[in-house]
Design a protein. Structure first.
Length: 141
């Protein structure tokens, strides 16, 4: 998706760095509300932080978490900064909520997601079993 967002629109962006043998490379994924508009509030965008991180993990094979996601005006995420030392350059990729929701539907039908759910249910069951054993009264003689 190309940039159709006005520079003052609010967007949710997640940035990551990939090391190489030189200075490395920076990437940024920018989430718009839809193809032409940004978010109206932080509360509206906050619910997509972890899903955006999951998208980056699966699509770009980079392990990032929702804490790396930032909410601000589009112009506050610079693509290029010139300095005396090495300049900062960041490749921007754009995605809309509709594309992110389509990814979510696809991911929830994957075997990886079902395996994670099964393991979480097993951990919950084991935790309940351990807590029920510790609450039993000791036998008296």
């Amino acid at each position: 998706m190309e940039r159709n967002t006005h520079p003052t629109e609010k967007v949710l962006a997640i940035t990551w760095h990939v090391k190489d043998n030189w200075y490395g490379k920076n990437y940024r994924l920018i989430l718009n509300k839809d193809e032409n508009t940004g978010f109206s509030s932080l509360k509206e965008a906050k619910s997509y932080k972890s899903l955006l991180a999951l998208y980056v993990k699966n699509k770009y094979n980079q392990k990032v978490t929702g804490k790396y996601a930032k909410f601000d005006q589009h112009d506050n995420f610079p693509t290029y900064i010139h300095s005396i030392g090495p300049s900062y350059w960041c490749d921007n990729y754009y995605i809309s909520i509709a594309q992110l929701e389509a990814f979510k539907q696809q991911y929830q039908t994957s075997s990886e997601f079902r395996e994670k759910q099964r393991k979480a249910e097993n951990r919950k069951w084991l935790k309940e079993m351990r807590s029920s054993r510790s609450k039993r009264p000791l036998a008296t003689i």
